[in-house]
Write a protein that binds this ligand. Structure first.
Ligand SMILES: [Zn+2]
Length: 689
């Protein structure tokens, strides 16, 4: 009997919603296998054509290839993130290497590359092609070139060796870091050492110690960044120092888990691989496929921020020293400077004194349904005219998932918005957006299906969900990504919605955060869930005032890490071979930009900088602030033009959100703004003028 696999045909449900009720575990693997072999056959059919390579006989078929694979992959990876099981964990482990091999088989296909190159080289003569079509060719050409499709067989073999060695080394980096982080957890004999922490934190530390067989003691486990959340409240200065020093020594204090040699090896191999592919450095290679385009552009942006950030941090340090001098207790001598382990502790005291905002007490004003309907949706309706209707008849992938149908002002459909708000054991941490159906007129996908996932604790039955201040911001943020997906208006799936460069993708979501505290929006949703009373204006004012507080420190520690990333990955192969001392390279890189204050260490030091040595953000840690430049400039534009209006929404939608990755992002931005992005608004936001 032939088993009907629901992935084998496009869904017949409204908007192409995957038929979740029919999908069973045993459907995934056969669909992945058939999906991969179908796509290889589809690509083979393109390269076997005997006609001269043209846009028309190459790109549309290439873009239309792999639809079965895409159907199963979107549903599967959505599930493995939001509702995983032993089954998904097991299949993911088996299928991930196969998918990597599959995508290499296409990206490194010499015959396909030669067709794309022919099309690419003839683009100037093709005035009949649209800008989107030309951009599509550029994107394929660049991606395949960077993957190494243009190399001869010998060089391809070498490339594969580099990739393999690097994959082993980055895994090693991660394992070392994990082991060293565990080993360096701080053991405290006396519970009095934890003075300042909350009771729950103290008992968790005792439990953590017990779990390691250290009955009666307390264990402070380290977190990934340099700073530890406990540093803001631990009153014992010596204990704070121990935690900070343990954190900063990860991967660099010798012994089995030392990462110094691993880093040098990764840096050297990445630089050599870049050279093989024709780039002067790994950063140049990575940035060739980004909005920033070159290491020089990144360096220029960072250099506009670093001196001012360092200056502000210095001023903040001065303020702290004055306060400490006045409040001196026996833990700090008058002539001692503020050290890295003092910063958070004293800053927290100043924050409470100066701004008196206890964001934890705001939760009754952030009831989830009001935030969603009267805040997030309300702002979107005012800007874009779109409306939301809950469709309880449409089934999501989990009972907690809510399905909303989105319509334009004229009643035409936009797509579906799935919201999966609550945390559960089967969901990974964090918050994110993903597509279930990406828009593409080529594929007949006029409408989009997007999901937002958060990790809000579920209240007891019958109780309201009261969001924290941060969770409220997160919902606005993730909804910005959702709009980017929903409003896509392109032909080719490769260019739709959030399929943009890493240093651009956070821009729409960061912009959408602006509406959370926008007076008109805030007044509409932030009402006490029992009394209906609005948020006190004094609190709102203090929230705004406190926004720049401690920004010198926050910007400096971020920039320190971003600059380290660029310094390591900006090395040529020859220069990389000459570096043999990680701490001294790091110290001189930070000193060169004035970010070498011991009181303000980088957010990650080299030997525990997992983002760039094992996490896929190599040469890309600058991305967060790069997109924030555009974000701050856009917020300024909305303010200059009357804020929350349909006209403003329309302009932002047509010029940026709808465009997705179908044209150069900075050109699209300049069209929207009437000029290229300026850094001034970001400097102002972070108090860096
Ligand atoms: Zn985001």
């Amino acid at each position: 009997m032939v088993d009907q696999n629901p992935f084998f045909e496009p869904s017949s449900l409204e908007y192409g919603l995957p038929p979740f009720a029919e999908i069973r575990d045993e459907h995934y693997e056969p669909a992945f296998k058939k999906g991969m072999s179908d796509q290889l056959a589809e690509v083979r059919a393109i390269v076997r054509k005997h006609d001269a390579p043209m846009f028309e006989n190459t790109l549309p078929a290439l873009e239309a290839s792999g639809q079965l694979l895409s159907r199963v992959a979107t549903v599967f990876f959505n599930k493995s993130s939001a509702d995983s099981s032993d089954f998904t964990n097991d299949l993911e482990e088996r299928i991930a290497p196969q998918l990597a091999t599959h995508s290499d088989a296409i990206l490194l296909d010499s015959a396909l590359y030669s067709r794309i190159m022919t099309v690419h080289d003839a683009l100037d003569e093709r005035s009949d092609l649209s800008a989107e079509q030309k951009y599509l060719v550029h994107r394929w050409y660049t991606e395949m070139t960077l993957a190494g499709a243009g190399l001869d067989d010998e060089a391809k073999t070498k490339l594969r060796e580099y990739n393999q060695k690097l994959s082993t080394l980055t895994t090693r980096f991660e394992k070392n870091l994990l082991a060293d982080t565990n080993e360096l957890a701080v053991v405290l004999d006396d519970v009095a050492d934890l003075d300042g922490l909350e009771l729950g934190e103290i008992s968790a530390a005792a439990e953590a110690a017990t779990a390691r067989g250290l009955e009666g003691k307390s264990l402070v486990t380290l977190v990934l960044p340099t700073g530890h959340p406990f540093l803001a409240s631990l009153t014992d200065r010596g204990i704070r120092q121990r935690i900070m020093e343990a954190s900063q020594s990860r991967g660099t204090h010798g012994g089995e888990w030392d990462n110094k040699k691993v880093v040098l090896e990764i840096v050297r191999l990445r630089a050599e691989r870049a050279e093989l592919l024709g780039f002067p450095s790994h950063a140049a290679f990575v940035l060739a496929d980004s909005t920033a385009k070159t290491p020089q552009a990144v360096a220029e942006m960072l250099s506009k921020l670093a001196p001012a950030a360092a200056r502000n941090a210095k001023a903040e340090q001065g303020d702290l020293e004055v306060i400490i001098g006045g409040e001196l207790d026996d833990s700090l001598e008058a002539d001692q400077a503020v050290m890295s382990w003092d910063w958070a502790f004293w800053t927290e005291k100043v924050r409470q004194e100066k701004y008196d905002v206890d964001t934890a007490a705001l939760r009754p004003w952030f009831e989830a349904e009001r935030v969603l309907q009267d805040g997030v949706f309300f702002a979107a309706t005012r800007l874009y005219g779109i409306t939301f209707t809950e469709r309880t008849d449409l089934l999501g992938y989990h009972p907690d998932v809510r399905v909303f149908e989105v319509h334009n002002e004229d009643g035409s459909p936009v797509g579906l918005y799935l919201l999966d708000l609550y945390t559960r054991d089967s969901k990974r941490g964090g918050a994110w957006m993903n597509d279930l159906i990406a828009q593409s007129t080529l594929l007949g996908h006029e409408h989009t299906i997007v999901t937002n996932n958060l990790n809000v604790p579920k209240p007891a039955a019958g109780e309201p969900t009261l969001l924290t201040f941060d969770e409220t911001g997160t919902l606005f943020h993730e909804f910005g990504h959702a709009l980017h997906g929903l409003f896509a208006q392109v032909t080719y799936p490769k260019l739709a919605g959030t399929n943009v460069f890493r240093d651009f993708v956070e821009f729409p979501s960061q912009v959408n955060e602006m509406w959370m505290l926008w007076p008109e929006v805030l007044a509409n949703y932030a009402k006490h869930y029992q009394t209906g009373e609005p948020l006190d204006q004094g609190i709102v004012d203090r929230l705004h005032e406190s926004e720049q507080f401690n920004e010198g420190f926050a910007t400096s520690e971020y920039l320190g890490a971003a600059l380290l990333d660029q310094a390591w990955h900006g090395l040529s192969a020859r220069a990389a071979a000459e570096v043999d001392d990680v701490p001294s390279f790091e110290a001189s890189a930070l000193a060169a930009v004035g970010l070498d204050s011991p009181a303000v260490p980088p957010r990650y030091r080299t030997t525990y900088f997992a983002h760039v040595f094992s996490g896929g953000y190599d040469a890309g840690y600058y991305s967060y602030i790069w997109s924030e430049v555009l974000d701050a400039d856009t917020v300024e534009w909305f303010k200059e033009n009357g804020g929350l209006t349909r006209a403003n929404g329309n302009r932002f939608r047509t010029h940026l959100l709808g465009v997705g990755g179908s044209r150069d992002a900075l050109e699209a931005y300049a069209d929207f703004r009437g000029r290229p992005a300026e850094i001034g608004p970001l400097l102002k936001r972070r108090g860096l003028q």
